[in-house]
Unconditional design. Structure first.
Length: 521
């Protein structure tokens, strides 16, 4: 082993010399080694070296070893003997991060260790054909926010092709740097047949303090343990790098939306680091609203009270706010006002209609409402203004969007006398009292609410009483005419309003005297 290390040291010194001198070829133990170095600080190639084994034995000298990237041969060489051990190889592979290098031996048989990620520099890599070879692959996010958690996934593959299977395989996650493991590090895989790949296993890590931002969590390595007798070189750990980020701000979205009461709005929260990279933190954010009866369920806002409110999201010690305008919801009921009213015929009433949603938000819908009144009430509508006509108790209905509400309206007659009417009068006898009916009307055909007096005259010039009294618009005086005459009329007057009765005769009093005839026997 000491001699082998010395030989390797010599090889590396030769490589270093070649890099220094800009050489394009290197010869070791008489075997050509392609280095392909260009002038002027060239990139360092991947320099794998080791022994090639087939079925557990080193291959013969002169066995071709090839490296391919993307199906193209990028390096090749032949095995040789060093320190009495045959099967040694060394290659110089030019490539870049992300390239996958495939190793082929014996004119096209891919080694169990293949493929490997290209990585610059010297790398000890023995190549095996026909033995269990366990390769772990780890998948982790490129970045994780400080204070957040993230998952790491891993699989292990048995790339062996000619022999048995591996048993008792376990994976152990080792984390260094600015993250810490939550839970156990070890995951059991079990047995893996040749060519098989395990189901993914998962670990959860926590991203640590902000001052570690930008520090790589490397290696987030996988250690492979197995109950099989597999050489250590045949257990290839996985690696991943997770960079932590300092949170600079968070942003709640959407901004300044308008939503109807009783409806919902979904919000999201995005975090930003100093490089303006962004990631979603909605699931961990805490939401609040100034809407007095609105609320959040996770990131879903239920709108309640009409108005302009503030929505706030908090995460990782940061917060952001945006506005929301809540409009009224769908109408559930309406209310007409005034609910009751009393007017004098001819007067007007102005009605309004208010709508309410299920959260008791209200808004005026008068302009869109339809108004009606009980048939027979007369009067007229001008939009939402009703001018009364007939006295009585009436029902006023307001309708909007298939909803309706009802109010009551009492119309009293006017006290203003616009006309008089004397009831029919039959022929009378002089000095014989009789009753007449005089009715006062206002201008809407209603009996006037008149409690006052009126004047009586007639064509004979002799009638009593000369003054009559109205109660609720009606006078029923008992009158006497003291002069007999045909075609008599009575006139009733209230102010400038008068009415004249039909004509009738006033007859003289007729006295019938019995005539007695006396005869003499």
């Amino acid at each position: 082993m000491v001699n082998r290390c010395r030989s390797l040291l010599g090889l590396l010194l030769l490589v270093a010399l070649a890099l220094t001198l800009g050489a394009t070829a290197l010869v070791v133990n008489g075997q050509p080694r392609e280095i392909s170095i260009s002038q002027g600080q060239p990139p360092i190639p991947m320099l794998p070296w080791g022994v090639v084994y087939v079925n557990g034995e080193p291959v013969e000298d002169g066995t071709l070893v090839e490296a391919k990237i993307g199906g193209e041969v990028v390096a090749s060489g032949y095995t040789y003997t060093e320190d009495g051990e045959q099967g040694h190889y060394v290659l110089s592979i030019e490539g870049q991060a992300g390239d996958m290098v495939h190793f082929f031996v014996l004119l096209g048989i891919e080694a169990d260790e293949s493929p490997r990620s290209w990585r610059e520099g010297i790398r000890h890599l023995d190549l095996y054909i026909g033995r269990p070879y366990l390769v772990a692959e780890i998948t982790a996010p490129e970045t994780a926010a400080v204070g957040s958690t993230f998952d790491v996934f891993a699989t292990v593959s048995n790339t062996g092709t000619l022999e048995g299977h591996a048993t008792g395989v376990t994976l152990t996650l080792n984390v260094t740097g600015g993250a810490s493991l939550l839970g156990d590090a070890e995951r059991a895989i079990g047995a893996l047949d040749a060519g098989a790949t395990s189901d993914p296993v998962t670990w959860t890590l926590h991203c640590n303090s902000p001052e570690l931002a930008g520090v790589g969590v490397r290696p987030a390595g996988i250690e492979i343990n197995t109950g099989s007798a597999i050489p250590e070189d045949n257990l290839v750990p996985g690696e991943a790098e997770v960079l932590q980020r300092s949170v600079m701000s968070i942003d709640i979205a959407p901004d300044d939306v308008t939503i109807k009461a009783e409806y919902t709005q979904v919000y999201t929260v995005t975090a930003y680091d100093s490089e303006d990279n962004s990631w979603d933190v909605t699931a961990e954010a805490v939401f609040s609203t100034t809407d007095e009866c609105g609320y959040f369920t996770d990131n879903v806002y239920y709108a309640c009270r009409v108005g302009e409110w503030e929505q706030t999201a908090g995460w990782g010690g940061f917060s952001d706010s945006t506005g929301v305008t809540v409009a009224h919801g769908d109408p559930e009921q309406i209310e007409i006002e005034p609910a009751t009213a009393t007017v004098i015929a001819g007067e007007s009433v102005t009605y309004t209609v208010t709508a309410y949603d299920s959260e008791e938000n209200d808004w005026d819908v008068t302009a869109e409402a339809l108004f009606t009144i009980t048939t027979g009430a007369g009067g007229s509508w001008t939009d939402n203004v009703y001018t009364s006509e007939k006295a009585g108790d009436w029902a006023v209905t307001g309708s909007y969007d298939s909803l309706s509400d009802m109010a009551t309206l009492k119309v009293n007659p006017s006290a203003e006398v616009k006309s008089l009417e004397i009831g029919p009068i039959a022929d009378q006898v002089v000095n014989d009292p009789f009753t007449i009916v005089i009715t006062a009307y206002n201008g809407h055909g209603n009996v006037a609410d008149y409690d006052g007096t009126g004047v009586l005259t007639n064509t004979t010039g002799a009638i009593t009483p000369a003054t009559v009294t109205f109660v609720d618009g009606v006078a029923t005086p008992t009158v006497t005419i003291t002069t007999w005459q045909d075609d008599v009329t009575i006139t009733a007057t209230v102010g400038l309003i008068a009415d004249t009765s039909n004509t009738f005769d006033v007859k003289p009093l007729q006295i019938f005297m019995p005539i007695i005839f006396k005869t003499t026997p």
